[in-house]
Ligand binder design. Structure first.
Ligand code: CUA
Length: 355
């Protein structure tokens, strides 16, 4: 009687239940399924090199697994207990065997280690002048600061196709990890006080095809870790430059002055930089440690809301403003007082017009 025999055949489909766990990893923000998060659909030089390295290591791991398991099961079968069968010959301490199973794994490790170290050194620095981006992890959203362009945004990381992008990583609170499955990662972002800038992590990557690439925090960082997402928007160089120019402008065509008043009255202004309100300094990076929400100057132009988890549309924005904790339990977005329906009616068109 085996463990499988203990389960009546009509219950065998129950064995499929654990497979459901596999599919929990498949859901991406509804409405934003622009790109499968398939790690194996590499894009860009760094992703290809790391992917090749993974395949090389994986192939060797499979070979080792098959050989070891093959010998193991053969021995189980060959030397199974039988009445007429004496104890097989004992090889404990046999010098030839001991040498063989010391040398063989050493060779496999060398085969895996040499390309790994080569790749590490090769990918240390980008091959040409990179676009510099400071990436700052927050519970639970990502902030992107472009020092040379002097602009700050959140949740959407725009990059030009082809050009290397070098990110420097730090965190505003706990340890997060930057991961764009198709492009690069994972690399931790640590809390880095200004006195120890050398603790920032760095990495570079590029995208060779235009598109929207899904990103995800890859280090458990609290209740909403799984909901700490972002999108890398890779654009042809001219489109990227146009985006930079638009982001540097105060948005034009802002509607609903009532919304602007509600932005101040509702307390949004306490945590969110928004260059259309006069009380904030344009694009000032706020010191680490201060309560800080995403810069909302161009929030209407972004793909998503609430740290990458809701498609950016009127209905979702209203839902988020009405009760952030219902959308993202534990969120740091705390309203001093719940917004009135009038406030929300004014705020939605206003924020959506910040493009
Ligand atoms: Cu940030 Cu997990």
């Amino acid at each position: 009687m085996t463990w499988l025999g203990a389960l009546a055949p009509r219950r065998w489909p129950l064995l499929l239940l654990p497979a459901a766990l596999l599919f929990t990893g498949c859901d991406i923000t509804p409405g934003l399924r622009t790109d499968a998060a398939n790690t194996f659909a590499y894009n860009g030089y760094v992703a290809h090199r790391v992917g090749d390295l993974f395949i090389n290591t994986f192939v060797w791991a499979v070979i080792v697994f098959v050989v070891v398991m093959g010998v193991f099961f053969f021995a189980l079968w060959r030397f199974r207990a039988r009445p007429d069968h004496p104890i097989p010959s004992q090889v404990h301490g046999n010098t030839k065997f001991e040498l063989a199973w010391t040398i063989a794994p050493t060779l496999v490790l060398v085969i895996v280690t040499v390309p790994t170290i080569q790749t590490l050194f090769e990918l240390e620095n980008p091959p040409s002048t990179p676009l510099e981006v400071e990436v700052i992890g927050h519970q639970w959203w990502w902030e992107f600061h472009y020092p040379d362009q002097q602009l700050t945004t959140a949740s959407d990381l725009h990059i030009p196709v082809g050009q290397p992008v070098r990110v420097s990583l730090r965190s505003n609170d706990v340890i997060h990890s930057f991961w764009v499955p198709r492009l690069a990662g994972k690399r931790d972002s640590f809390p880095v006080p200004d006195s120890t800038p050398w603790r920032k992590n760095h990495m570079w990557f590029n995208a060779t095809d235009p598109g929207t690439y899904y990103g995800q925090c890859a280090e458990f960082c609290g209740l909403e870790h799984a909901q700490m997402r972002f999108y890398v928007v890779a654009q042809p160089a001219a489109e990227f430059q146009a985006w930079v120019q638009a982001q540097k402008q105060v948005p034009t065509g802002v509607t609903a002055e009532a919304g602007q008043a509600a932005f101040v009255r509702g307390g949004c202004i306490a945590c969110h930089v928004n260059n259309t309100t006069d009380t904030q300094i344009p694009n000032a990076p706020v010191p680490v440690g201060q309560v800080r929400g995403p810069n909302l100057t161009h929030v209407g132009s972004r793909l998503s809301l609430a740290g990458g988890i809701l498609e950016n549309n009127d209905a979702n924005l209203a839902r988020w403003l009405r009760n952030p904790d219902e959308v993202k339990p534990g969120t740091r977005m705390k309203l001093p007082n719940p917004l009135s329906e009038d406030d929300i009616r004014d705020l939605v068109p206003y924020l959506r017009s910040l493009r």
